[in-house]
Write a new protein. Structure first.
Length: 88
Protein backbone atom coordinates (compact mmCIF):
# COMPACT_ATOMS: atom_id res chain seq x y z
CA UNK A 1 0.00 0.00 0.00
CA UNK A 2 3.03 2.28 0.31
CA UNK A 3 2.06 3.54 3.77
CA UNK A 4 3.99 2.63 6.90
CA UNK A 5 2.05 3.17 10.10
CA UNK A 6 3.67 3.46 13.50
CA UNK A 7 2.22 3.57 17.02
CA UNK A 8 -1.34 4.92 17.31
CA UNK A 9 -1.73 4.61 13.53
CA UNK A 10 0.42 7.64 12.82
CA UNK A 11 1.64 7.49 9.22
CA UNK A 12 5.41 7.64 8.86
CA UNK A 13 6.09 7.18 12.58
CA UNK A 14 8.78 4.77 13.72
CA UNK A 15 7.50 1.26 14.36
CA UNK A 16 7.89 -0.53 17.68
CA UNK A 17 11.04 -2.61 17.19
CA UNK A 18 10.82 -4.92 20.23
CA UNK A 19 8.46 -7.79 19.26
CA UNK A 20 7.45 -8.49 22.88
CA UNK A 21 6.57 -4.84 23.53
CA UNK A 22 4.77 -4.62 20.18
CA UNK A 23 2.65 -7.69 20.98
CA UNK A 24 1.84 -6.32 24.45
CA UNK A 25 0.73 -2.95 23.04
CA UNK A 26 -1.35 -4.53 20.28
CA UNK A 27 -3.06 -6.87 22.77
CA UNK A 28 -3.85 -3.98 25.11
CA UNK A 29 -5.32 -2.04 22.17
CA UNK A 30 -7.55 -5.00 21.29
CA UNK A 31 -8.63 -5.38 24.94
CA UNK A 32 -9.49 -1.69 25.21
CA UNK A 33 -11.46 -1.89 21.97
CA UNK A 34 -13.46 -4.82 23.33
CA UNK A 35 -14.12 -2.91 26.56
CA UNK A 36 -15.35 0.08 24.57
CA UNK A 37 -17.67 -2.18 22.55
CA UNK A 38 -19.17 -3.64 25.75
CA UNK A 39 -19.64 -0.13 27.16
CA UNK A 40 -21.53 1.11 24.11
CA UNK A 41 -23.68 -2.05 24.05
CA UNK A 42 -24.53 -1.36 27.71
CA UNK A 43 -25.50 2.19 26.81
CA UNK A 44 -27.72 0.94 23.97
CA UNK A 45 -29.40 -1.50 26.37
CA UNK A 46 -29.92 1.18 29.01
CA UNK A 47 -31.28 3.57 26.40
CA UNK A 48 -33.74 0.90 25.28
CA UNK A 49 -34.97 0.42 28.86
CA UNK A 50 -35.07 3.99 30.08
CA UNK A 51 -35.04 6.17 26.99
CA UNK A 52 -31.81 7.75 28.27
CA UNK A 53 -28.30 6.42 27.79
CA UNK A 54 -26.94 8.67 30.55
CA UNK A 55 -28.21 6.84 33.61
CA UNK A 56 -31.64 8.27 34.39
CA UNK A 57 -33.02 5.07 35.92
CA UNK A 58 -35.87 7.03 37.51
CA UNK A 59 -37.57 6.77 34.11
CA UNK A 60 -37.58 2.96 34.27
CA UNK A 61 -40.57 2.22 36.48
CA UNK A 62 -41.04 -1.41 35.35
CA UNK A 63 -37.80 -2.56 36.96
CA UNK A 64 -37.92 -5.89 38.80
CA UNK A 65 -35.74 -4.20 41.41
CA UNK A 66 -38.79 -2.12 42.38
CA UNK A 67 -41.05 -5.16 42.81
CA UNK A 68 -41.41 -4.75 46.58
CA UNK A 69 -41.23 -0.98 46.67
CA UNK A 70 -44.78 -0.52 47.93
CA UNK A 71 -44.82 -3.47 50.35
CA UNK A 72 -45.20 -2.91 54.09
CA UNK A 73 -41.86 -2.45 55.83
CA UNK A 74 -39.81 -1.50 52.83
CA UNK A 75 -40.22 2.25 53.07
CA UNK A 76 -40.98 4.83 55.71
CA UNK A 77 -42.73 5.16 58.09
CA UNK A 78 -42.20 1.49 58.94
CA UNK A 79 -38.51 1.51 58.01
CA UNK A 80 -36.29 -1.52 57.61
CA UNK A 81 -38.14 -4.79 58.23
CA UNK A 82 -36.35 -8.09 58.75
CA UNK A 83 -38.53 -10.38 60.89
CA UNK A 84 -36.24 -13.43 60.56
CA UNK A 85 -33.01 -11.49 61.20
CA UNK A 86 -31.49 -12.60 57.89
CA UNK A 87 -29.72 -9.31 57.28
CA UNK A 88 -27.96 -9.26 60.61
Amino acid sequence: SGWDYGPYGIPGAERIKDPVLRKKKLNSEIANGRLAMMAIIGMFFQDGLTGSAWGDWALYTDSPLRAYENEVGVQAPVGFWDPLGLAA
